[in-house]
Design a protein around this ligand. Structure first.
Ligand code: AVJ
Length: 320
């Protein structure tokens, strides 16, 4: 079995790659340089994220999995069986796969920007669940999405776990949820994982772990950018920063120049001074009530919230 993902063409002025190159150029040239977090996910980046999920400091994946395990039957009752499960940022598809026996989806649609990584996972999943119709869509869904025509429109359940919603600012998250609401029809819904605000020490450790896996994950974005726009970032010239910005309610990741860096790319160049940073990720942490308010303002009706004993993470089901 193989995986033939739906993707946009990779060349031409309207291709996904042309759009991503424009976005990278804009970020590299900005006074406060930035690289969007989706660029963290090439095949190595997806693999490093998988390793992050195993770290003792990185509690979100484990905490969310425990919520699914504890409340699986009730989650399945709320979300309903026989849906079209659209997994946004499917990665290794493990979270959805763990829910298949309970959710019993009729169709599974894995969507991820890291197409090859997702396809490898999907091939294995098809062998384990041969009765579920599975589709792969290689796509950057952060600024809008169109699903292939043969994705069932009825009973669409968007699955957006892991608190990836935190990569958006609250305003962007609102717009994104509105697009999900428009895309799920009147008999659909969303199953959303949200990381909750907590003490700074826990968050700092989760995003700057002792082994340096998160540092490798962050630095790897430079290798990916080198490939995407022909840049010559020297990975050894940069260090990882990851910390909770309490005032802004978000974890931030940056790459900080260890010494002066002269970087060139196709169509541009820039000098970064020692200590200058490139902002690579925000990961907003929510109060439970604020996450629900976001869903309701997007036109959803929250039906259930499940959380862990420490109140570190919430899984919310909302229906159209
Ligand atoms: C995949 C976006 C949910 O924000 O916790 C993990 C990514 N960044 N460690 C997160 C991430 C650093 C992760 N999300």
């Amino acid at each position: 079995t193989s995986c033939t993902p739906d993707t946009l063409p990779d060349s031409g002025p309207h291709s996904a790659n042309a759009h991503m190159a424009d976005e990278l150029h804009a970020g590299l040239e900005a006074a406060e340089a930035w690289i969007a977090p989706k660029f963290l996910y090439d095949t190595l980046g997806s693999t490093l994220f998988e390793a992050i999920c195993e770290l003792p400091e990185y509690y979100p994946t484990r905490t969310e999995a425990a919520i699914f395990e504890h409340h699986g039957a009730e989650i399945a009752r709320a979300a309903g069986s026989g849906a079209t499960l659209v997994d946004l940022g499917a990665g290794n598809c493990a979270k959805a796969a763990a829910l298949f026996p309970l959710l019993r989806p009729k169709q599974y649609v894995a969507v991820d920007i890291s197409t090859d990584f997702m396809c490898d996972a999907l091939v294995r999943l098809r062998q384990r669940f041969p009765h579920i119709d599975m589709r792969a869509v290689g796509m950057d869904f952060s600024s809008g999405f169109a699903l292939p025509a043969d994705v069932r429109a009825a009973r669409r359940l968007f699955f957006y776990p892991g608190s990836s919603i935190g990569n958006f600012s609250p305003e962007e998250a609102q717009d994104f949820l509105r697009r999900l609401r428009a895309g799920c029809g009147d008999d659909g819904g969303v199953l959303l994982g949200v990381d909750l605000a907590k003490d700074k020490a826990t968050l700092d450790a989760a995003y700057d772990d002792a082994l340096g896996v998160t540092a490798a994950f962050n630095l790897n974005v430079l290798r990916h950018v080198n490939r995407l726009v022909g840049a010559d970032f020297d990975v050894r010239g940069w260090r990882h920063r990851g910390f909770y910005n309490e005032a802004r309610g978000r974890v931030e990741m940056h790459l900080e120049a260890l010494r002066i860096q002269e970087v060139r790319w196709r169509g541009g160049a820039r000098v970064f001074q020692a200590g200058e940073r490139i902002h690579t990720e925000n990961s907003y942490k929510y109060q439970q009530a604020d996450a629900i308010a976001l869903l309701e303002r997007a036109g959803f009706e929250a039906t259930h919230v499940w959380t862990d004993p420490r109140h570190w993470f919430a899984v919310i089901h909302a229906r159209a």
